[in-house]
Design a protein around this ligand. Structure first.
Ligand SMILES: Cc1ncc(COP(=O)(O)O)c(C=O)c1O
Length: 463
């Protein structure tokens, strides 16, 4: 196929293998080609504007108007030193960024290992946790506990942590020794259950799993402060403090996967700070450089790194050629400067309640079942029967509703959001806008979502 005689859409469909993209997008369906962005909006090649209600994929914290400024920092670094490793040497951007992250991270989390993605970050955390226990003389601590439906990545170790069954099942057997506990979804818990009772139920389940497995076989618990998959699942009061206490009592590390919640999405630099708990390891990616370049990593407690350095390998036994790439670190330093200058965290903290209040309007739409979330991460779960909190698939399969009604309505309205069928079979709409969105922009976003849902209800005949 010649590049001169085909459209970009044809080129992409013919040659580009895309991430988690259904076959229809390569064949009959329209494949959007985005060509530019400004503020919270992106534009496709036909000139149609969309509000990016997903911030790329939970990651363009600054939206689309700071690429030139970050690009200048990138260009300066390219001119000075386009590449060097962080293998037995260092360079200014990696050293400065590691120190900046130590400053932002809670407690004694002062040591940073860089990667280029969220999956690589969780992979690095798995190895760090295992090596820490080996170095302490407890090599049999190999198991990990994660939560149902949670997503932690696609590389084999990170994929093994996933509680999201459909992304892992066909690749099994994976890394052994991963167990899952309930996530914090509250929507279908018994009506009379108090928040305290829900917290107690979750903590009892975690502790009984630890005891059943044998505490001295468990290396770490890994959880997102707010779980993305399943739809913006917030922790009930006292939950993370309880998880921390169980981990401490049994010598288990607590890893916070902050690939989404890191760098302001909940209004603090880290979601663990926002919810008031102290992890031993934080994994991050996405927002650190507003996804303008690929960068991720692990921030670990001093005692973990010191133990590993004093252990049998005499080093952290892991490496990535691009870990701490100088250009990526320079971009991240510029991103953090701009986030501070614009008080992006202050904006999220101040606008979060407006976002929640605006979303409440959607309850007037008959299929809106649950609205939940925190900060700039919100989800709307759709049902056909509010009293039963269920979707009647015999009336209209939820996948058909999402593909044939909801997704086209979102395109028509000009809004990008995550539209999926969740693990319980219900349509789910997720919003995670750029963190620079002010109250007016949030109002615009919710208005577009309202149009989307109203059109989808009308076209599907659901009332
Ligand atoms: C919580 C979480 N962890 C890990 C990952 C994997 O990150 P990446 O796609 O950069 O490998 C993701 C990706 O969305 C994520 O949401």
């Amino acid at each position: 196929m010649s590049a001169h005689t085909t459209t970009l859409e044809e080129l992409a469909k013919r040659h580009l293998v895309m991430n988690f993209t259904p076959a229809a997008k390569y064949r009959e369906a329209n494949l959007p080609i985005f060509v530019r962005g400004e503020g919270c909006h992106v534009e496709d090649e036909a000139g149609k504007r969309y509000f990016d209600g997903l911030a790329g994929l939970f990651c363009t914290q600054l939206g689309y108007s700071h690429g030139t400024e970050i690009g200048e920092a990138i260009a300066r670094q390219m001119g000075e030193l386009p590449f060097q490793t962080t293998w037995s040497s260092a360079h200014p951007p990696a050293a400065k960024l590691a120190a900046a992250l130590a400053e932002l991270a809670p407690g004694e989390l002062n040591r940073v290992f860089f990667t280029s993605s969220g999956s690589e970050s969780n992979e690095a955390a798995i190895k760090l946790a295992r090596q820490y226990h080996i170095s302490r003389g407890e090599p049999e601590r190999r198991k990990f506990i994660a939560r149902r439906v949670a997503y932690h990545g696609t590389s084999f170790g990170a994929m093994s942590l996933n509680g999201m069954v459909q992304v892992r099942k066909m690749f099994e057997p994976l890394m052994s020794g991963v167990r899952h506990v309930s996530n914090t979804k509250r929507y279908r818990r018994p009506d009379q259950e108090t928040e305290a009772a829900f917290t107690a139920f979750l903590l009892d389940e975690l502790e009984s799993l630890v005891l059943q497995e044998g505490p001295d076989t468990v290396a770490a618990v890994i959880m997102e402060p707010l779980q993305n998959a399943g739809g913006s699942l917030t922790p009930p009061a006292g939950y993370f403090q309880g998880v921390r206490e169980i981990c401490d009592r049994h010598g288990i590390l607590l890893i916070a996967d902050e690939v989404i919640t890191g760098f302001g999405r909940l209004g603090a630099w880290f979601g663990s700070t926002h919810y008031g708990f102290q992890p031993d390891i934080i994994t991050f990616a996405k927002g650190i450089a507003s996804a303008h370049v690929p960068l991720g990593g692990v921030i670990a407690d001093d005692r973990i790194i010191e133990t590993v350095l004093d252990g049998p390998a005499g080093m952290y036994n892991h490496a990535l050629t691009y870990g701490g790439h100088p250009v990526a670190c320079a971009a991240a330093l510029a991103n953090l400067d701009i986030m501070r200058r614009l008080d992006v965290l202050g904006n999220v903290a101040a606008t979060s309640s407006t976002f929640a209040a605006e979303l409440e309007r959607l309850r007037a739409i008959p299929i809106v079942g649950d609205i939940r979330g925190d900060g700039f991460h919100r989800s709307v779960e759709l049902v056909t029967d509010r009293a039963a909190k269920s979707w009647a698939a015999d009336r209209l399969p939820s996948a058909e509703f999402v593909d044939q009604h909801l997704a086209p309505a979102a395109v028509e309205a000009g809004v990008l959001c995550r539209l999926a069928v969740d693990s319980e079979g219900n349509p789910l709409l997720q919003l995670s806008p750029p963190l620079v969105a002010d109250g007016a922009a949030i109002g615009e976003l919710v208005g577009l979502v309202e149009q989307t849902l109203t059109r989808a209800v009308a076209s599907s005949g659901l009332r």
